[in-house]
Design a protein around this ligand. Structure first.
Ligand SMILES: [Zn+2]
Length: 273
């Protein structure tokens, strides 16, 4: 934007010194430019800079993943509920890649599809697959049969214990550290449970009650295979409990996990975890 300054004002401005103003004559000039006319702008007036263009939004990163509710054939019927129960959570494993799939119906599991150990590369590859409501005897009101797996199994990047960090999905308070389960009450009122971490490491990180307030993304422990006195496969079983009102009093209950994990993992891959 170029600004035009009346020549009379220009004269007044230029005729003053620290000793006072001398050129107070406002008689119209003869010849040349008359008072009130406009002249070329002061070259020292710098134009306003153009606003910086908005940086383009990053392209969403995708990865192969099956739809929610689509369990391994023969492993049960998945939840039909598509609700994003925990929007905005931090994906609960610090770094990608991670593989959401069944540790029981996967290779090396109790109901494996064929020979191969838990470190089989087919377990450590996409696509992701939901395993909430997989066949179990646990009560689960979101499963077609009223019973089923209450969370999602997630394998870390590699088949190694005590390497890959589990992080808090939401800020909150660790309310319990069991023999293989860490429970965090989030600020939203949701409850998160993280199973099968290296529990000695968890205790070392959180030795006192005062240490058990956590921020979103804070290290909780490392993925392992702790299962009380025995061992499971190397994976992290992750659960969300949320307030649910279903024609009666509100109860905090297990809710489908997969959609919130898909949402948060997409953000992790997109550097906006
Ligand atoms: Zn599980």
């Amino acid at each position: 934007m170029r600004r035009l300054i009346p020549v009379g004002l220009l004269l007044l401005l230029t005729a003053c010194s620290p000793n006072g103003c001398s050129g107070t004559d406002t008689t119209p000039q003869t010849g040349g430019t008359a008072v009130g006319d406009t002249v070329a702008p002061d070259p020292e007036v710098t134009p306003e800079p153009e606003p910086e263009p908005e940086p383009p939004l990053p392209e969403p990163v995708s990865w192969p993943h099956e739809a929610g509710g689509g369990l391994v054939p023969g492993s049960g019927s998945g939840a039909a509920d598509p609700t994003l129960w925990a929007p905005g959570i931090r994906f609960p494993i610090e770094a990608a890649p991670a593989y959401a799939n069944s540790q029981v119906y996967g290779y090396g599991g109790f109901a494996a599809p064929g020979p191969g150990g838990q470190c089989d590369t087919r377990n450590y590859s996409y696509p992701w697959r939901d395993n909430f409501c997989e066949t179990r005897s646990w009560t689960n009101g979101f499963c077609p049969t009223g019973k089923g797996h209450q969370g999602q199994d997630i394998r870390p990047a590699t088949c190694e214990k005590k390497v890959h960090w589990v992080v808090a999905a939401e800020a909150g308070q660790i309310t319990s550290i069991g023999s293989y389960t860490v429970t965090v009450l989030g600020e939203s009122g949701r409850i998160y449970r993280y199973l099968h971490m290296d529990m000695a490491g968890v205790h070392a990180l959180f030795p006192t009650l005062a240490s058990r307030t956590v921020t979103r993304g804070q290290h909780l422990g490392r993925v392992s295979n702790d299962f009380g006195g025995s061992a499971t496969t190397i994976h992290m079983h992750f659960e969300i409990k949320a307030p649910v009102t279903e024609g009666g009093p509100t109860t905090v209950t297990f809710v489908p996990t997969y959609s919130s994990l898909v949402d948060s993992y997409g953000r992790l891959l997109n550097d906006s975890a």
